[in-house]
Design a protein around this ligand. Structure first.
Ligand code: 13P
Length: 288
């Protein structure tokens, strides 16, 4: 059964580790993430962007697939199904479809409007037992058409949003979606420390997990980050493994064109990436 991300993230914050949010795109992605979480006894969050939700034909399909897979694969570790960077309308659709967690990305609104809309969703999520992520200061880069400027959040605004009763808070600290440019100056730990000081127990969320050096990830966790989002890295390793299979001409030999064979190296590559991240984030064995 899907669970809210509240308990797993509060435990992670207290235990100084982070739970990975791995974005899913299709059946292979979902299966790979669930199997690794179960094998390594890690709690996990499946992230679904609005674009990925559309690609999979809608949120109801996603809920049906994930619930079915959890039952058929005997997944017993805590799993949250979470809308990533949702609009207000997208959040409402996911509440109805049976997600267990949503992110309302109101970071592009003036702070007063972000607060108003977040407040409404706090009520709805409390009624349904769902977790809610809010965002202050947009995350840089581009993800499924949502573009941010690599902003750094204002710690006082973070406190105002945290006080509304959200479950977890994403704050821009110089992180960006996708690959980091060569001239990236790194995460802003002073701002992160300030946010953590003002928001206390609130689990903080680090978006743009792809390509952040290991020492920065560890430092971010030590400063209160309890959820780290990874999307692009699984896409890159999947594409790389699939390209190698095709370039080696394996699809042309025997039944190598069978999608179950063609997509297997990419699926294994996602599994390896997810395991590596869970090790780095410290979540392995935490669901035992
Ligand atoms: P990356 O694609 O950079 O890993 O970021 C993922 C993310 O933050 C999803 O919200």
């Amino acid at each position: 059964m899907l669970v809210s991300a509240k308990e797993m993230l509060q435990k992670a914050k207290a235990g100084k580790y982070a739970v990975g949010q791995f974005n899913i795109n299709n059946l292979e992605w979902t299966k790979a993430v669930l199997l690794i979480a179960q094998e390594y006894k890690s709690p996990v969050i499946l992230g679904v962007s609005e674009g990925a939700g559309k690609y999979m034909t809608g949120y109801k399909t996603v809920v049906g697939m994930v619930n079915g897979m959890m039952e058929e694969l005997n997944i017993t570790v805590p799993v949250a199904l979470h809308l990533d960077h949702g609009s207000f309308e997208g959040c409402m659709k996911c509440v109805e479809a049976g997600f267990s967690s949503i992110m309302f990305d109101g970071s592009h609104y003036p702070i007063a409007e972000n607060i108003e809309k977040t407040k409404e969703l706090v009520k709805i999520c409390a009624d349904k037992g769902m977790s809610l992520e809010a965002e202050v200061g947009s995350i840089g880069g581009e993800e499924d058409g949502v573009i941010g400027n690599g902003e750094v959040a204002d710690p006082k605004e973070c406190k105002s949003i945290a006080d509304l009763g959200v479950t977890m808070l994403a704050a821009g600290i110089g992180n960006i979606h996708g690959k980091y440019p060569a001239n990236w100056t790194g995460l802003n730990f002073e701002v992160l420390a300030e946010i953590q000081k003002l928001t206390g127990e609130m689990p903080l969320v680090l978006h743009g997990g792809t390509g952040i050096p290991e020492d920065m990830i560890k430092k971010a966790i030590s400063l209160g980050v309890a959820k780290i989002n990874v999307n692009t890295e699984c896409q890159l390793t999947f594409a790389d493994a699939t390209r190698k299979y095709i370039e080696a001409g394996k699809d042309l030999s025997g039944k190598g064109f069978d999608p179950r064979k063609l997509l297997a190296p990419g699926t294994d590559a996602i599994k390896a990436t997810v395991k590596e991240k869970m090790e780095l984030f410290g979540s392995i064995g935490k669901a035992e």
